[in-house]
Design a protein around this ligand. Sequence first.
Ligand code: IDP
Ligand code: MG
Length: 188
Amino acid sequence: MQEKTLILIKHDGVVRSLIGKILTRIENIGLKVIGMKMVWANEDLARNHYTLDEEWARKSFETTKKTHEREGKPFPHKNHMEFGSLIQSWNINFLREGPIIAIVAEGPHAIEIVRKIVGTTEPRQSPPGTIRGDFAMTESYELSDKNKRVLRNLIHASDSPKTAEREISLWFKPEELHDYQKELDKHF
Ligand code: IDP
Ligand code: MG
């Protein structure tokens, strides 16, 4: 039940002075920050973070395609791997646009609840109350397609225990993660 998850405040969040506001939401839900730093990722780190995973490409292709069809917008991509490698290259550029904040948060159900407070991939669809809904709702597939770039959606969060483990070891050395007690810990 105790989980660790990787959160990145992407460069759009940093330049919009949202570091404190996003961190507050993570603390408010009762999670413990056990690692945090500012990083300007190099090409290798960015590529390793956004690996071209076939399962991800297939899922993301289907979701994006459905949204385009629902809105009556053309979806120009032929197959999931062609789509996936384009998004991957845009993601690498975006992740390296400037320094970002990398955080490891720990707590019960941390992976699931952080995904919940982050919201949906497209900020336009993300409900009010979520980080993407509250701070980036004007961002949409329509805008990212038009400008040939990735969705600028402020934040990354691990989406499963397997990816959390991989991503945490990619961004943090074991000695950069800290073990300490918080007030809430005695109830867990
Ligand atoms: P997530 O960040 O909500 O977990 P993923 O599917 O893991 O979403 O995609 C990683 C990032 O790639 C997204 O946060 C978004 O910035 C970008 N992205 C994914 N699909 C698209 C798309 O169809 N158009 C533009 N950007 C996309
Ligand atoms: Mg993801």
